[in-house]
Design a protein around this ligand. Structure first.
Ligand SMILES: *Cc1c(COP(=O)(O)O)cnc(C)c1O
Length: 403
């Protein structure tokens, strides 16, 4: 999308503004499909939590994707977007049996990540098929804040507890139709990932009712020039072969599943924000923008790098800036970044704002969450309005206590 067009959107819908490129979402989806084209049964379930706007979910519906959901509310959003229950997987962690029963009531595929609930569920509903989330204890990436496959991770049932799973299945007579792992974000070591899939293949061997193997996600995308991305094409070649060999040798007609969030939507999103103040101090020049950790928390929460451009002055002389938000916290988007000269009123574009950006936004400091706009074939569609004061007081109950 061209700078002029993006700036015109901030005039039309006001700043700050989230903008999503539908074509980028579609091309990422097709890239994944193409990488696994030799697998007969392939299903991509989009991880709703990355970006949960219903109009985005509808794009995935049109692409024939399914959904991966982590709360009953995400299941409901998916149903609202028109997904059939059997195209939705419910993969929560640490939730109550009641919430799992609610999801079951809505008819979606259940994925269970602990032995206690597995046993309780199996005793009550032995005929309802469930998937089990395993933890293969393989790290395919670096950052422990976002890696969930290591030995002390809270996610999944440890591979070392496989005999206990078998005991529960035998005692309850329950049906296991899927096996799943999600080792967390940041897969850049394909061979480590393949080792984890081999563990999953092995543990799947003795499950009689198996219909699919879900390899989760954690595909890494590029946040800046020179970043290592997950080589989807290499993964496609290596894992497709393993998978096809496996179904041949076991005679099981299985579906291969993935559930990416970041890979599908991260690069499609931009956060546009205007510069309120340029402030020279003795150590740096701050550019203070009309946004903050209330709109995009990844830089502060995960130390994530998000590339920042001055789209109002792309040819300007480059200088060093520290770009900060307007929240009463240290909410630094980027320190000492080389950016084309910034004047007050300029529009900055923060990249990779599609995944875990708006969906993690809050009303902290009683600020409104921005509008969201979807762009497809050069046309812009408002898919969420900017909030107003009514949204901030909605659901509040005003009580005057007699003091
Ligand atoms: C968050 C999540 C995903 C998506 O992860 P990405 O890194 O965004 O691709 C997939 N599966 C589960 C179970 C998740 O919790």
């Amino acid at each position: 999308m061209e700078n002029k067009f993006l700036i015109s959107l901030t005039k039309k819908y006001e700043s700050p503004l989230y903008v999503y490129d539908a074509e980028k979402i579609i091309s990422q989806y097709n890239r994944l499909i193409n990488a696994f084209s030799s697998v007969k049964k392939l299903k991509i379930n989009y991880a709703v939590k990355a970006l949960s706007n219903i109009s985005i979910l509808k794009i995935f519906k049109s692409l024939n994707a399914g959904l991966d959901t982590v709360s009953v509310q995400e299941v409901q959003l998916g149903l609202k977007a028109g997904f059939a229950p059997h195209d939705i997987i419910f993969t929560p962690n640490g939730v109550s049996l009641e919430e799992i029963e609610q999801a079951m009531g809505l008819g979606v595929q259940i994925n269970i990540d602990n032995l206690s609930i597995l046993e309780q569920f199996g005793q009550k509903y032995p005929k309802v098929p469930v998937c089990i989330r395993m933890n293969p204890h393989i790290m395919a990436g670096g950052n422990s804040k976002i890696s969930v496959g290591h030995i002390d991770s809270k996610f999944g049932i440890s591979i070392h507890q496989l005999p206990l799973i078998h005991r529960v299945v035998k005692n309850t007579g329950m049906l296991i139709n899927g096996i799943h792992m999600h080792t967390g974000s940041d897969i850049y070591d394909i061979d480590a990932f393949i080792r984890a899939t081999e563990i999953l293949f092995d543990s799947a061997r003795d499950l009689q009712d198996l219909e699919y193997i879900d390899f989760g996600s954690g595909f890494k995308v590029s946040y800046k020039e020179g970043d290592v991305e997950t080589d989807i094409e290499e993964l496609g070649i290596k894992l497709s072969k393993k998978f096809n060999d496996y179904i041949k040798s076991t005679g099981k007609d299985l579906t291969l599943m993935f559930e990416p969030g970041k890979f599908l939507v991260s690069e499609a999103g931009k956060l546009l924000t205007s510069v309120n103040v340029v402030k020279q101090t003795t150590s740096t020049v701050f550019a203070s923008v009309d946004s903050g950790l209330n709109h995009l928390i990844r830089p502060m929460f995960y130390d994530a790098y998000h590339h920042i451009e001055n789209i109002s002055n792309p040819g300007g002389k480059e200088r060093f800036y520290t770009v900060v938000g307007y929240i009463c916290e240290t909410d630094t988007f980027g320190s000492n970044r080389q950016i084309n000269e910034i004047k007050e009123g300029d529009v900055l574009c923060i990249n990779n704002a599609g995944a875990y950006a708006f969906s993690m936004a809050s009303n902290y400091n009683s600020r409104y969450r921005p509008a969201e706009v979807l762009v497809y074939q050069g046309k812009d569609y408002l898919i969420r309005e900017r909030e107003t004061i009514e949204d901030l007081v909605y659901k509040q109950v005003e009580v005057d206590i007699d003091l």
